[in-house]
Design a protein around this ligand. Structure first.
Ligand code: ZN
Length: 331
């Protein structure tokens, strides 16, 4: 059939907007010659297997079952269904539902990274199309970095399968994904990471399909309030760590406890991590002003303070998380 290009098509889904002025192109990756249905996302057509897709998603099954209008949309003798998703997102989902490569029996080996855009698209579309097990798998990768378990080095959790750097603007997308699927346990760390951002917290970033990822006004407000709460907590923690007396007997130098606090703070302030909103990052390990024993004492105070801040993190970030800091979570 030669009607694959120029026909103007109306979208099946409410609110969808095909640019009818563009020709519909066959997707290079998902165009099976014996496919039985054509999914059209924007101006890209995917010819796939109706039964295989419907079997994995009740939403798709219902969508395919919608009675076609008098002149059903056809493409290459297959019924064509218009979706409101971007072709980039749909391609990521189809790679999971109809894998022709990268088939996983076991999850990726340690050290193997997964593209965030892929994880994000799969969570959003698996949620939309009711493919719970796929959604859970994709979320589990994010939960390694956006944990609800206290770690001595919470900010080092960017070595998970989805790489996140500190000040990574994609934390905005993680907040939105957690909101979308109700993964509340990810919100405290995701909002905490957003609160570390500069002005990009307002503008967000562009997804690979060109759409903009931004925080809602409410979550933006939570990050602004959270940042102030974090700075306050950080200052209080630093004073509690440094002001409590050090044991003169344990001190190897004999004068750690007599150091001038203003001088100590001034020296530590050279380190960006001291008394900032990045309060979960340990800063004392870099400090070399104290003897080994006194330094160890300060480190244990620092750990205690950060653990305490961790317990309050949901409250600082303006969210409620059931069971936060409960058994198995505070350590
Ligand atoms: Zn000492």
């Amino acid at each position: 059939m030669a009607d694959d290009g120029s026909r103007k098509r109306q979208r099946l889904e409410t609110g969808a907007a095909t640019d009818a002025s563009l020709e519909i192109q066959r997707d290079e990756e998902f165009w099976f010659r014996d496919g039985s249905i054509v999914l059209i996302a924007r101006n890209i057509a995917f010819r796939v297997y109706q039964g295989l897709i419907a079997e994995q998603s009740d939403i798709f099954r219902d969508l395919f079952a919608v009675p076609q209008p008098m002149n059903p949309d056809m493409m290459d003798d297959c019924p064509a269904v218009h979706l409101s998703d971007s072709p980039e997102d749909l391609r990521h989902l189809l790679r999971v539902l109809l894998p022709s490569q990268n088939r996983y029996f076991l999850k990726p080996l340690k050290g193997e990274s997964i593209d965030f855009a892929e994880v994000s698209a799969i969570i959003r579309l698996a949620h939309k199309y009711g493919i719970q097990d796929v959604q859970d798998q994709a979320l589990s990768y994010l939960k390694i970095s956006f944990t609800d378990k206290f770690s001595d080095h919470i900010d080092d959790h960017h070595e998970g399968p989805v790489a996140f750097e500190l000040n990574d603007v994609r934390a905005i997308a993680v907040v939105n994904l957690a909101r979308l699927v109700g993964a509340d346990s990810m919100l405290p760390v995701a909002l905490y990471r957003c609160s570390q951002l500069g002005s990009e917290i307002i503008h967000g970033f562009s997804r690979e399909d060109g759409t903009r990822e931004q925080l809602t006004a409410d979550d933006l407000g939570r990050c602004i309030n959270g940042k102030m709460a974090l700075v306050r907590a950080s200052v209080m923690a630093a004073f509690r760590i440094l002001l409590a007396p050090l044991s003169a007997e344990a001190c190897m130098d004999g004068h750690c406890g007599r150091k001038d606090l203003a001088h100590v703070l001034d020296d530590l302030a050279q380190d960006d991590d001291l008394i900032t909103y990045r309060v979960l990052t340990p800063w004392l390990p870099e400090c070399d002003m104290f003897c080994k024993n006194c330094h160890d004492t300060l480190l244990s105070r620092d750990l205690k303070e950060r653990r305490n801040i961790w317990l309050q993190l949901p409250s600082f970030m303006g969210v409620a998380v059931e069971g936060w800091g409960g058994a198995g979570r505070a350590n």
